[in-house]
Design a protein around this ligand. Structure first.
Ligand code: SF4
Length: 378
C-alpha cells in the first residue's frame, strides 16, 4: 500500500493567533521566554494579533496553495474574535482548520445565548481539534497544566456524541510518562483518530533562564526510560486503529518504531504536520520560506542544524550513523547533563530521504482525509 504522497509538502499552515495564554503547562516552550524569573510571565502579558491581520494571513494561505491550517498560540480559544476568524477561514476561504487547545475554555458563553464557544466554533465550520491531553490523572493534570481535566473530558464526550472525531497531543515528560499506557487505553474508547507524542524539548524559552538545569531537565525525564512507556502506549493506540506520531525524538531511542517519528526535518513533508515558513505569523507577517520540497532540503534542514534556537546535538559517533542526515539529534542541554551513552548508531547505507520510514505507515495520512470526507458528507 503506498498512500504516502511522497514529494508533496504539507498543505497545512500555522495560524499563530498570538501567545496570550492563561494556562500553566510546566513544559511549555515559552516558559521564561521574556527572560523573566516568572515562568509564565510572557504568556500572561502577550497580546493576541488583531483579526484583520489574521484574516490577511489566511488569504495568504490560499494564495500559497495551502488547504489546511493549525491554530496555535497561546490559547487560541481565548482570542476574542476566534469565532469570526473561524467562519471567515472555513466559509469564505474554504480552508480547514485544526485548533490546538487545552479545551478549558470551550464551555464558556461568548454570545448572549445558551450556545457555548464549542457550539459557536462548530457552527462556524471548525474542522478539527488537537486537544492537549497530557495525563489521565486529575491531580497530576492540574499540577502540570493548572487546568481541570474534567472540562477537557466533557468537551471530548460532547464531540463523541456528535460523531465528530479529533486529534490529541501529549507532551511526554518525566512526571507523567508511566501513565501513558493508561492514557492510551482511555483514548481508544474516544473519538480520537490521531495522537501525537511530543518529546519535551529544552530549547526555546528554556534557553533564557538558568531554571533549565534545575527544573526543565527534571521535567523532561530520561529518554530510554520514557521511551519504554511511549512504545507501550503507541502499541495500544496503533492496535486500535489510532494513528500515532512521535515528535522530536532521536531515532535510536525508538528502534523498531522509526515509522512513527516526525521531527523538525520531516515535518514539512508530512501532510498531518504544519509547514514551516508561516512562523512569522506571530509578528503578523505572512512568510512562506519552504515553497518546494527542494527548499526543505536546501533551506530548512540546514537551518535546523545550525540555528542555536533548536540546539540540536550530534556526537562524533553520529557521523557514522546511517540516519545522521534525517535525524534531529538530541537536545544539547540533555547531552550536557547525561552524555551520549544511550544513543547508538545505525549500520548501513546513509538514508537521505527525511520521510524514508513513513512510506510504511500511511495511517496518519488517510486518517486526515477520513475526517474531511466525513465532515463534508455531514
Ligand atoms: S544520528 Fe545519532 S542520535 Fe540520531 S539515530 Fe543516529 S546515533 Fe542516534
Amino acid at each position: 500500500m503506498k498512500l504516502h504522497p511522497a514529494g508533496k509538502l504539507s498543505p497545512m499552515g500555522v495560524l499563530d493567533v498570538g501567545r496570550k495564554c492563561p494556562h500553566s503547562c510546566i513544559f511549555c516552550f515559552y516558559s521564561f521566554y521574556d527572560g523573566s524569573e516568572k515562568q509564565f510571565n510572557y504568556l500572561r502579558k502577550a497580546k493576541f494579533l488583531p483579526k484583520e491581520q489574521l484574516e490577511n494571513l489566511l488569504r495568504y494561505f490560499v494564495k500559497w496553495g495551502l488547504t489546511h491550517f493549525e491554530y496555535t498560540g497561546g490559547e487560541p480559544s481565548l482570542h476574542p474574535d476566534i469565532v469570526e476568524i473561524t467562519r471567515y477561514a472555513h466559509f469564505e476561504l474554504g480552508l480547514k482548520g485544526r485548533m490546538i487547545t487545552l479545551g478549558q475554555l470551550l464551555d464558556r458563553k461568548v454570545r448572549k445565548s445558551d450556545a457555548s464557544l464549542l457550539d459557536d466554533l462548530l457552527s462556524a465550520g471548525l474542522n478539527d481539534f488537537l486537544f492537549s491531553f497530557h495525563t489521565l490523572d486529575d491531580t497530576l493534570y492540574n499540577k502540570i497544566t493548572g487546568g481541570n481535566l474534567l472540562k477537557l473530558k466533557t468537551v471530548m464526550d460532547i464531540l463523541d456524541e456528535k460523531g465528530f472525531s479529533y486529534c490529541t497531543n501529549t507532551v511526554v515528560n518525566g512526571l507523567t510518562y508511566k501513565k501513558l499506557p493508561e492514557l492510551a487505553s482511555y483514548l481508544i474508547k474516544k473519538n480520537t483518530r490521531y495522537h501525537n507524542f511530543l518529546m519535551m524539548r529544552l530549547d526555546w524559552g528554556w534557553e533564557n533562564n538558568n531554571m533549565r538545569e534545575s527544573m526543565a531537565l527534571g521535567y523532561k525525564g530520561n529518554y530510554t526510560e520514557v521511551a519504554k512507556y511511549v512504545k507501550e502506549a503507541t502499541d495500544i493506540l496503533d492496535e486500535n486503529g489510532i494513528a500515532v506520531n512521535i515528535r522530536y525524538a532521536p531515532y535510536c531511542i525508538f528502534r523498531g518504531y522509526e515509522k512513527y517519528i516526525v521531527g523538525y526535518k520531516g515535518r514539512q513533508l508530512d501532510p498531518y504536520e504544519w509547514r514551516n515558513g508561516t512562523l512569522k505569523a506571530s509578528e503578523g507577517i505572512p512568510s512562506l520560506t519552504c515553497e518546494t520540497e527542494e527548499d526543505n532540503y536546501t533551506k530548512r534542514i540546514p537551518l535546523f542544524e545550525s540555528d542555536p534556537v533548536y540546539n540540536l546535538a550530534f556526537s562524533e559517533k553520529c557521523k557514522e550513523c546511517a540516519l545522521r542526515i534525517i535525524c534531529d539529534g538530541v537536545d544539547n542541554n540533555y547531552i550536557q547533563a547525561n552524555g551520549w551513552s544511550e544513543f547508538t548508531t545505525y549500520e548501513g547505507k546513509k538514508i537521505k530521504d527525511v520521510v524514508y520510514f513513513r512510506y510504511d505507515y500511511p495511517a496518519p495520512f488517510w486518517m486526515k482525509e477520513s475526517q474531511y470526507e466525513s465532515m463534508s458528507k455531514g
